[in-house]
Design a protein around this ligand. Structure first.
Ligand code: BES
Ligand code: MN
Ligand code: ZN
Length: 526
């Protein structure tokens, strides 16, 4: 797994790095004035800042990082000036993004360590008072650790000296400096949560990026078991024989053309009884089920996809990897609710035994489905595990899936869709997303949309004749498997699972790891 840099904290009266230990570079935050010119920093870098401002080499726009090399000795550290734009427009998400930009710069100039001077960020005038100093510093740490992710597992030369900068490891040490002793104490706790968060998000990214010749259902089941042991989670693995006993006809149908066997993985986090005693903890605690689509490769099956960009379909298990990351994070954050993660891993492949258009299969719920398009497989897989999830009697179910290409048409590349049967649940997932800077937009779930999924010979069909409202149709299909009175929401993450590039703390290519933080936050607050 990709290691994240250690987050160290130190107090120095000047607010600038003063040891202990050697540091190669100091990062200084710079805001823009209303004329969009850099505001020269006070203190050690005043003169240099003035010069940069005069030459207009550096306007302190968000994302701009100016690196000035002095040799990195004790007497003269290199300096990275990090632009934050105008103070009145600062948001936590922009700070995270600046953290990502800083990391990218440090890596490209091969800096091995950096002191991050918090005081200039925290003392700026005009920043919204809604953000506490701890929030601002935490967001910066989040941007740095998330921006540091790389997937090097399958590179033969990983982060070694002499490797090209694309493979270089980046700084191994970050020291956050402030003059404020109280803030340091507060940040110790925040940073340990950030470190846990980075670990969870990066595990999701690793799983998603794994090519499907390695990332098989069996592989993810084994990894889930290891992670469960490490984090004190219960873990149960259902093989295809177990799934057959569970009558998961749709789940098994999708995997029927694949050589590799599918797995359903159930991981469970139970909060420890708190100081209030066991009974009180049990009463307060709700049960949440997260359900993830884990199609390890989606070729489309007999309704095979075009070959252009088919390689991206190794990410069709991002729902499952997001659920695993969220469970690991919920456990590390010790959220007060019980959380069950159900991940359905299978491959969608064409073969002599594969599902054929026109086939009718019976779901775990007993409802029958006519297969129109074998590429609408995610909803089949999810229907059976959603039914299974309801046997646990959860107070809320949230499923996560790369379900439809149509969500990119509806909302574009930088936002996921939520649909569900209860406004209160949808709103609390959206609020959790907002608190993390992860975008979620609601689409309607009108029952009329089921008209297009009516079948002549079965209870429903898995796709319609045209492609209108594809995301809504996918959700309306899932809704047929939600029992009366059960609160359920569905996140369609097909657009945002990979190549999410609007902020610089996301990798330029591959898995984004988005919505792990949202789900864990939701589990904490529900
Ligand atoms: N895994 C795909 C959805 C997808 C598409 C994810 C592009 C990421 C990028 C899903 O299984 C699928 O193929 N959906 C079909 C549904 C259709 C056949 C009703 C789609 O979106 O075209
Ligand atoms: Mn598909
Ligand atoms: Zn799919």
């Amino acid at each position: 797994m990709a290691a994240s840099p250690l987050l160290n904290l130190t107090v120095s009266p000047s607010g600038m790095f003063a040891g202990p230990g050697k540091i190669g570079c100091e990062a200084v935050f710079v805001f823009q004035d209303s004329g969009k010119k850099a505001i020269a920093p006070q203190g050690r870098y005043k003169a240099l800042g003035e010069r940069l401002r005069k030459d207009a080499e550096f306007s302190a726009a968000l994302g701009a990082v100016e690196f000035v090399r002095f040799g990195g000795s004790d007497a003269a550290l290199d300096v990275a000036f990090v632009g934050l734009g105008q103070p009145s427009e600062l948001t936590l998400e922009k700070i995270r993004s600046a953290g990502g930009s800083l990391w990218t710069k440090l890596k490209s100039v091969k800096s091995d360590s950096a002191a991050i001077c918090l005081d200039m960020l925290l003392s700026a005038k005009g920043v919204s008072a809604e953000f506490s100093h701890a929030h601002l510093a935490r967001a910066l740490a989040e941007g740095l650790v998330l921006g540091a992710y790389q997937f090097l597992k399958h590179k033969s030369n990983k982060g070694k000296s002499g490797s090209d900068s694309a493979n270089a490891a980046g700084p191994s040490k970050l020291v956050f400096v402030t003059h404020d002793k109280k803030l340091k104490a507060e940040l110790e706790k925040e940073f340990s949560e950030v470190a846990a968060m980075a670990q969870a998000v990066n595990l999701t990214r690793d799983w998603t990026n794994e090519p499907s010749n390695f990332g098989t259902p069996e592989y993810y089941a084994a990894e889930a078991k290891k992670l469960a042991r490490l984090h004190g989670l219960k873990c149960r693995i259902l093989t295809e024989a177990d799934a057959a006993r569970e009558k998961m006809g749709l789940f098994l149908g999708v995997g029927q053309g694949a050589e590799r066997e599918g797995r359903v993985v159930v991981v469970e986090y139970t909060p420890k009884a708190g100081a209030k005693g066991k009974a009180a903890a049990r009463n307060a605690s709700k049960t949440i089920a997260f359900v993830g689509k884990g199609v390890t490769f989606d070729s489309g099956g007999i309704s095979i996809k075009p070959s252009l960009r088919m390689e991206n379909m190794k990410n069709d298990m991002t729902g499952a990897s997001t659920v695993m990351g969220a469970l690991v994070l919920a456990a590390q954050w010790k959220v007060p609710n019980r959380v069950i993660g159900i991940m359905a891993f299978t491959e969608n492949m064409p073969d002599g035994k594969a599902l054929q258009p026109g086939n009718v299969i019976t779901s775990r719920s007993g409802k029958t489905v006519e297969i129109i398009n074998t590429d609408a497989e995610g909803r089949l897989v999810l229907a059976d595990v959603l039914d299974f999830a309801q046997d646990f009697k959860p107070d809320a179910i949230v499923d996560v899936a790369t379900l439809t290409g149509a969500v990119t048409i509806a909302l574009g590349k930088f936002c996921c869709a939520i649909l569900g049967n209860e406004t209160a649940l949808i709103d609390s997932v959206r609020r959790a997303g907002e608190s993390q800077g992860e975008r979620i937009w609601e689409l309607p779930l009108y029952d009329d949309y089921f008209e297009d999924l009516k079948s002549d010979c079965a209870d429903m069909r898995n796709s319609a004749n045209d492609s209108y409202g594809g995301t809504i149709r996918g959700a309306i299909f899932l809704k047929q498997f939600i029992r009366k009175g059960v609160s359920w929401a569905h996140l369609d993450i097909a657009a945002t699972a990979s190549d999410l590039t609007h902020l610089s703390y996301y990798p330029k290519k591959g898995a984004s790891g988005a919505y792990v933080r949202t789900l864990a936050r939701f589990a904490a607050d529900f």
